[in-house]
Design a protein around this ligand. Structure first.
Ligand code: FES
Length: 652
């Protein structure tokens, strides 16, 4: 025979190839996912495969020992220098000589799956925009008058089928010495955006280079800026870090920042500068944490609400402060990091900003949609990203709605008398005995409850410092269940409740959660003002969700997903007792962790995901809470705990 049957596993793709065809070439012809950085020159070893021999009843073939060519010198050299697992071959060197079954091990696949480590983590298929490519460039001679860059472009087109390539002046300046040092062999870091257009050379090295490429996925929130540093080769998160958004000094919430920009000429510029400086600082610290240099970061993906989006881009957000809340642009953006003055990265680093859904529903909501995929759901799912501004999505396969709701920072522990950010020492779980009205609690940093033996010892390092968002939610819900707070949110007096923990403070009452004063620690109270702040926040959240349910024409939802930096820590039962979310079966209320951050990570690691979310955002129908009269009505009814009108049968 002149040709042979080649079957690849695990894909099952098959085809007939002329004898002598390299396995890598057969894989490419069939669209089998087999990696290669050196373009088949036996240098990178990314193309390793495992041929199977013997009987394959499933495929109805027998593979004998001569199905592939013998080891050649290139393979021998590679194996002796770098070692190779027994049974493996280099796909670019081994050639087909007979019917054969070839397994592509996971590490040889370009589109590697990042393994799910916990329930809140998503599988991410690796297909990053920036990858390394090794090429061999034709030497110039007197008869070949083209420039070195033109010959590099031709090599990339011939060897990697990259049609269009650009490079900035910085790259062109380095090109000639690098080409000569590598003796016309060169590795380039090539960035291919998800839209058509030229691929961009971000960096180059003489010869074959195997260094790492890294990316940042940044969730730019109004209160916090959170970043994941990812290895762009395999998606591993090397470090996660965050800091307070320094724009807080210009206003706590989004609208106060927009008004700062309106009232103060140049105010938007100040805020833009502040947030960019913070991102530069964050890039430096997160790189240091992972023992990398910030200039190894070649890509950044941003998700953020529309106001943060405009301020990051240096666009005055004033239009977002008034109806009809027009965005300067709602589309995704691909640009150079230097345009955003993000100088603490690789000098040619590229930025991708997810698209916004509308003037009040930003790229953060788009990222939640990318991570949670309500557009693929068979049942009606409500997704609530709890933050200073809540992003709410409701929908299923047929239709997805979105809105945002100004909850304020109470859920993040701000505006709460003893509130603090979720950090060691913060009370995060609370339980109150309905009979004795005595509390017990857990503090971040220890798994023990406050009445467990060894608790004092376990929290010695941090002490008890305050109460965080999930703690205050549980505290208020527990106070309601124990009858310390009534349905209107009023804290009873010591006499009414029958507990000395209720203290009169002026004309209202407070509940004493913890008294650390004997040891010089804080006195942690839940005050009437705290309850009011939580009521306002939860009413806004609930009203937004109800508005979407009205629009969708549903009375109940099948599932609720709590997302957000601390969404993972909110107990479903307490959220429902408080009336933060509409009634649903308790086992159908789950947490997605920081879904916006996960969405950013997916977009960082997978180019196709960028296309996907751009298409999905187009289909999401958005509801403007600010101009919707029913919002006010829902808001007022949701002020009661859990609710003035709506029933919660699943709590019974
Ligand atoms: Fe690089 Fe085979 S493709 S070693």
């Amino acid at each position: 025979p002149e040709d042979a049957l080649v079957i690849f596993t695990p894909s099952g793709k098959r085809g007939r190839f002329a004898l002598g065809t390299p396995v890598l070439q057969a894989a490419r012809a069939l669209g089998v996912d087999l990696d290669s950085v050196c373009g088949g020159r036996g240098i990178c070893s990314k193309c390793q495969i495992t041929p199977g021999y013997g009987e394959f009843p499933k495929f109805g073939i027998h593979v004998d020992g001569e199905a592939l060519t013998e080891w050649n010198a290139v393979e021998e050299r590679y194996k002796s220098k770098r070692g190779m697992i027994d049974g493996r071959r280099l796909g670019c060197q081994a050639k087909v000589m007979g019917d054969v079954v070839i397994d592509v091990p996971p590490e040889s696949q370009v589109h590697k799956q990042v393994i799910r480590k916990s329930a809140t983590q998503r599988d991410i298929v690796m297909d990053p925009a920036t990858r390394l490519y090794y090429v061999e460039v034709q030497e110039p001679d007197m008869h070949e008058p083209t420039g070195d860059f033109e010959r590099l472009k031709r090599a990339l087109a011939d060897q990697w089928q990259v049609a269009e390539v650009t490079a900035d002046l910085g790259i062109l300046r380095r090109l000639q010495p690098v080409l000569r040092k590598g003796e016309w062999k060169i590795t380039v870091a090539l960035h291919k955006g998800n839209h058509d257009g030229a691929a961009r050379i971000l960096d180059l090295w003489p010869g074959y280079h195997e260094g790492g490429l890294y990316g940042l996925a940044i969730d730019l929130g109004s209160t916090t800026v959170a970043a994941h540093l990812c290895d762009l080769r395999d998606g591993t998160v090397l470090a996660s870090s965050g800091l307070m958004n320094p724009q807080i000094r210009f206003g706590e919430d989004l609208m106060s920042r927009v008004s700062y920009a309106m009232m103060n000429p140049g105010g938007d510029v100040e805020m833009t500068r502040a947030v960019r400086e913070a991102i530069n600082a964050l890039a430096a610290s997160i790189a240091a944490e992972a023992h990398l240099k910030p200039d190894q970061i070649v890509e950044v993906v941003f998700v953020c609400n529309p106001v943060m989006h405009h301020l990051l881009l240096g666009i005055d957000p004033v239009e977002l402060g008034q109806a009809p809340f027009a965005l300067a642009t709602s589309g995704s953006l691909s640009l150079a990091a230097s345009e955003l003055e993000l100088t603490n990265l690789h000098r040619a680093a590229q930025v991708y900003v997810l698209p916004c859904i509308a003037g009040h529903v930003g790229a953060d909501a788009a990222a939640v949609a990318l991570s949670e995929e309500p557009n693929l759901s068979d049942d009606m799912v409500l997704i609530v990203d709890v933050g200073t501004n809540a992003e709410i999505l409701l929908g299923k396969k047929t239709r997805v709605l979105a809105c945002s709701s100004p909850t304020g920072p109470a859920f993040e522990g701000a505006q709460i008398s003893s509130g603090q950010r979720a950090a060691p020492g913060a009370i995060e779980r609370v339980s109150i005995d309905p009979v004795t009205k005595e509390p017990r609690f857990r503090v971040i940093g220890s798994d023990l409850w406050s009445d467990d033996p060894g608790f004092a010892e376990a929290i010695k390092g941090s002490g008890i410092t305050g109460i965080c968002g999930s703690g205050i939610i549980e505290a208020v819900a527990e106070m309601r269940m124990a009858g310390i707070v009534d349905g209107s949110g009023l804290i009873g007096s010591a006499d009414q409740v029958g507990s000395p923990r209720c203290r009169a403070e002026g004309r209202t009452n407070s509940y004493l959660l913890h008294d650390g004063s004997a040891d010089g620690g804080p006195v942690i109270l839940v005050t009437q003002g705290d309850i009011r702040a939580i009521q306002l926040a939860k009413s806004a959240l609930y009203a937004g969700a109800r508005l979407l349910m009205d629009e969708m024409g549903v009375e109940t939802v099948d599932r609720v997903t709590l997302a957000g930096a601390f969404g993972a820590h909110i107990s479903p039962k307490h959220a429902m007792v408080l009336g933060m979310i509409p009634d649903a079966p308790l086992d159908k209320v789950t947490s997605a962790g920081n879904a916006a951050g996960t969405g950013a990570r997916i977009a960082l690691c997978n180019r196709a995901a960028r296309d996907r979310i751009e298409a999905v955002v187009h289909e999401i129908h958005k509801i403007e809470t600010a101009i919707e009269p029913r919002f006010q009505e829902h808001f007022v009814n949701a002020n009661a705990i859990p609710h003035a009108v709506d029933a919660f049968p699943n709590l019974a």
